[in-house]
Write a protein that binds this ligand. Sequence first.
Ligand code: PEP
Ligand code: MG
Length: 534
Amino acid sequence: MEIVRGTAAFPGIAIGEARYYYQAENSEEKNLDASAQLALLSRARDRLEKELLETKTEENQERLWEEQEILHSSAFFKALEDMICSEKVHATYALAVTEREMEEAFGGLETPFIKKRLQAMNRVSERLLFILEELTRKTSFLVRPGIVVAEALTPAQMISLEKENLLALVTRVGSEVAHSSIMAKSLNVPVLADVDVKSEWNGKLVIVDGYTGNVYIDPDAETWKEYEIRRKCEFLEKEALLCLKDEEDVTLDGKQVGIYANIGSLDDLDSVKYYGAAGIGLIRSEFQYLGRENYPGEEELFEGYRNVAEAMEGKLAIIRTVDLGADKQSEYMKIPPEINPIMGNRGIRFCLDHREILKSQLSAIYRAGAYGRLAVMYPMITSLEEIDELRLLEEEVKAELRERKLPFCDDMETGIMIETPAAVMISRELAQRVDFLSLGTNDLTQYTLAMDRQNPNLKDKYLDHHPAILRMIELVILQGHKEGCKVMICGELASDITLTEKFLKMGIDALSVVPACILPVRKVLRSVKISERR
Ligand code: PEP
Ligand code: MG
């Protein structure tokens, strides 16, 4: 038995088969079906060819011509195909290796022609890797229940997993507030980060302890038995909490505070109901945009939101407009590479640059609002100008819906996420413009401390209980209330039961947490007296 220690990012115990998630370009996985890999490569090549033709303009034609030359270069592709056939490796891996070998062979030459050709080869390889990665992801990975072990997983990769078979998530890169962890938490499975994962674990029996952060590989009989018992006890404890499912979210001295659910996919609607959430405080709408080949159209979005509105039977559901960019992107979005994507053109900045995308989402939300109680919320706000522009855009969208004679909700509540220090500092003015504020403490912590929320090397320094964060939360509640705005927390801090009492005493109006955390938070809430001195 091997025991490896990591960081516990979400509690729970899982026992099952490890499934190592090969990141194709650095995966040395062998004995694959070579003809399938060749077919994949050919699909990627065709797609890139099409893309080059579609994006051709006067200015970029020389550059594109160089790239087309590479795409048609028989030497480059022959080397690639030979490697796939002889070693039976991933097309992506063969591509990365072939590119590296070409660099090593010709990179030292000063000839301008060779240099240009190598640069074009790099650009083509980069695009192909991206496309191949997307195409590969569509093939089934978790065909039976398993524990996913990976170096790191992007939100798009998470979305493509067969969720019903996910028993636990174990990654090297990541943290409690990384998006992949948050998605696994919504499925109520244990999550570990900062684990020294190994591909040799693939297929082995492992135990994941989401309380201590330990992973047991090939556990001995005694450990296995002990964990089977612990898993059963854990199940019973969780069952016992279910008696709170239909209880009110009210403190001992009678203050009503909503405990809402955060969801990242329509599949999570069942657990929202199962745990008796007061409503949905955050729908991360990215799930409809990632892991696909094109932006979803208004009708598709509308159908999804109408589903939510109807399923919630009169309870509130807050849809956050799509927060794309940084780690949440797909190839078709063609977001240019950024040196620092976390600080890049993301969230509302991206949407205001691509107004048509935002407009179709808003139309879909307003239309679905005719079927239940929905609210709209904007991510990553940093200025008053942004929200003023958004309010005008909302009117534009509504006017178009009137013209199209479609039913829609004309008086939907609007909120914004407070997840940048700038938004905290102008929260009073922002509150004058909207109906509610929602503190996104994951990003707020990341931007306030200037520490990447998913960097495992910062795990001891990334302190979400930092006094700066707690004071910011208090300030936003105060400023929001001055303007009659409701203030909630929808970042991961909302589920930290060591802070529930503090938040209640600060005057928070609602907390929104992953469904599995609703009952533990409700239990604490119902035992607190807000009127007691702090
Ligand atoms: C947050 O930043 O706290 C938040 C809720 O948004 P996300 O985790 O999706 O970035
Ligand atoms: Mg955020």
